[in-house]
Design a protein around this ligand. Structure first.
Ligand SMILES: [Zn+2]
Length: 98
């Protein structure tokens, strides 16, 4: 059954894709697989967050799952850690090539 909420989410997903491309808001990496793409609520719906584009961002299924269990301040740390880590991995790859 297609509910109003799921229709809204699809609309939001498409708009986020159009505006930001397939990039994960949590780890900053590209989301290669469409099946791996989820809409993450910045303020969780369970905590009163709304199904509006301002409260939504695209994220990997895994990243979204990792975030779900964390309180908001920890989430910020996870995000920073993941970005830092991504840079390290990138540098490592570059140096391996050179
Ligand atoms: Zn991610």
């Amino acid at each position: 059954m297609v509910t109003k909420t799921s229709r809204n989410l699809t609309k939001i997903k498409l708009r986020l894709l159009w505006e930001n491309g397939k990039r994960c808001a949590i780890c900053g990496k590209r989301i290669k697989d469409f099946d791996d793409l989820t809409v993450d609520h910045i303020v969780p719906v369970a905590k009163g967050g709304q199904n509006v584009i301002e409260n939504c961002q695209l994220a990997h299924k895994d990243c979204n799952g990792e975030k779900r269990d964390l309180p908001p301040d920890m989430y910020d740390q996870l995000r920073k850690y993941k970005r830092k880590h991504a840079l390290k991995l990138k540098l490592y790859r570059i140096f391996q090539i050179w």
